[in-house]
Design a protein around this ligand. Structure first.
Ligand SMILES: Nc1ncnc2c1ncn2[C@@H]1O[C@H](COP(=O)(O)OP(=O)(O)OP(=O)(O)O)[C@@H](O)[C@H]1O
Ligand SMILES: O=P(O)(O)OC[C@H]1O[C@H](OP(=O)(O)OP(=O)(O)O)[C@H](O)[C@@H]1O
Ligand SMILES: [Mg+2]
Length: 379
């Protein structure tokens, strides 16, 4: 049996897409040769747990930086070596791969865990139920997958997907031509939104040039600042956002359930990620408060909801030189964005000597995402 990969245009109802598919033909030769993409989806004999990280592109450095901030530094001997270690995690390998290959290798059983953009995960995961999102908000790699059309010509007054769909120009013989690298999500989005008469063409980079070159009418691509669209006289439209994306931690369900140690290691990585990400947005604030008792000081503090901290204020007596207690020290966590407001509120209720320090980790009793993961796995 000879398997080959071919690309072809397929038509579903009134909309078409380009997809790749396997075709097979029998070989007359005695020896059998099979070409398959990736592995075979089975749990292989290997012992090490494998995490796939982006080998290049804008996600690469941010990903290793995030892990470093979680005290999970990746030790790579040199940048061209694709395997690395995280010494904190035993029996563990990091494999640097292109983001889309991370998703494919999770599906084929060659990786157990991975960090990629949600856009890449959704595009290349294609609804595969073996792939699970363990942490959906790693707080970097923010962008959105958006449909964009020219600001000029027949599109000048078109500002929504609905208006685009209603344009008389698109017919079965002359469909709206969309250039994209997202050939799974693009057609799915059009179908979900009832757009007929759409064709997709694949392109890998500098997509924003396609409309001006006459190759496409619209593009479907990632947008973050919007500069590339603007500079190429393109615009986003209402209802044209396919997906909001950021970096996510993903895993293979099979690996989590069947491979020894994957679940425990995932728990540890998840705890560290959550503790770090929760702490990023907060400051620890200590202040001295004049007061008659710890209870009275606590009541004054909690009368301002923004000063309540995680579980309420910690209040401790401050002993003066005469052994008398006239002040109490309070310790609270304050959202970074609310720092100045909180500091003014503290002053207003008798706070002085306000000290502000960064927070490194907040470990809760249990991470909510761990519960969710166990329930997804039916445990
Ligand atoms: N402005 C942006 N454009 C593209 N991707 C972005 C942007 N901002 C964040 N990302 C995220 O970064 C991921 C990797 O994008 P990047 O362009 O660096 O690599 P790539 O697309 O794999 O490589 P290449 O562009 O060379 O094909 C995207 O999948 C997305 O999740
Ligand atoms: O909204 P902006 O901040 O302008 O970013 C969007 C651009 O960034 C990405 O391209 P990238 O730089 O990855 O180049 P590529 O086209 O080669 O992928 C994306 O494909 C857009 O072209
Ligand atoms: Mg890119």
């Amino acid at each position: 049996m000879l398997m080959s990969q071919i690309g072809f245009g397929v038509k579903f109802g009134n909309w078409r897409c380009y997809a790749s598919s396997s075709s097979s033909s029998s070989s007359s030769s005695q020896s059998e040769v099979a070409v398959v993409e990736g592995g075979n989806g089975r749990i292989s004999e290997r012992q090490h747990i494998r995490l796939g990280l982006p080998s290049k592109g804008r996600m690469a450095t941010d990903t290793t930086d995030l892990l470093k901030n979680c005290q999970l530094s990746v030790k790579q001997v040199n940048p061209r070596q694709y395997v690395a270690q995280i010494p904190e995690l035993s029996n563990f390998e990091v494999w640097f791969q292109r983001p889309k290959d991370i998703v494919k290798k999770l599906g084929s059983g060659d990786l157990d865990l991975g960090i990629v953009g949600l856009d890449t995960f959704t595009e290349h995961g294609q609804g595969n139920e073996d792939l699970i999102i363990v942490h959906e908000a790693l707080a970097y790699g923010d962008c959105r997958l958006s449909l964009a059309i020219p600001q000029y010509g027949i599109f000048e007054n078109i500002n929504s997907l609905e208006e685009l769909a209603k344009m008389p120009q698109w017919t079965e013989s002359k469909p709206l031509r969309v250039a994209t690298g997202f050939t799974y999500l693009g057609p799915k989005f059009m179908k979900d939104n009832g757009l007929k008469h759409v064709t997709f063409s694949t392109a890998d980079g500098a997509l924003e040039a396609a409309p001006a070159m006459g190759i496409a009418d619209a593009i479907l691509d990632l947008v973050s600042s919007g500069t590339t669209l603007r500079e190429n006289n393109l615009k986003e439209i209402e209802g044209g956002t396919v997906l909001e994306s950021q970096a996510v931690l993903v895993a293979s369900r099979k690996s989590l359930v069947q491979r020894k140690g994957v679940l425990d290691t995932t728990h540890e990585i998840l705890e560290r990620l959550e503790a770090h990400l929760r702490a990023i947005g907060q400051f620890t604030v200590t202040a001295n408060m004049r007061g008659r008792s710890d209870k009275e000081v606590a009541e004054r503090v909690v009368s301002h909801p923004s000063l309540c901290g995680l579980q309420g204020p910690t209040v401790s007596p401050v002993f003066g030189p005469d052994g008398e207690v006239k002040h109490y020290a309070i310790v609270i966590c304050v959202p970074k964005k609310a720092l100045y407001k909180s500091m003014k509120q503290l002053r207003a209720i008798g706070g002085s000597g306000v000290l502000v320090s960064p927070l490194t980790y907040i470990f809760d009793e249990e991470t909510p995402r761990w519960r969710r993961l166990l329930s997804t796995l039916g445990m």
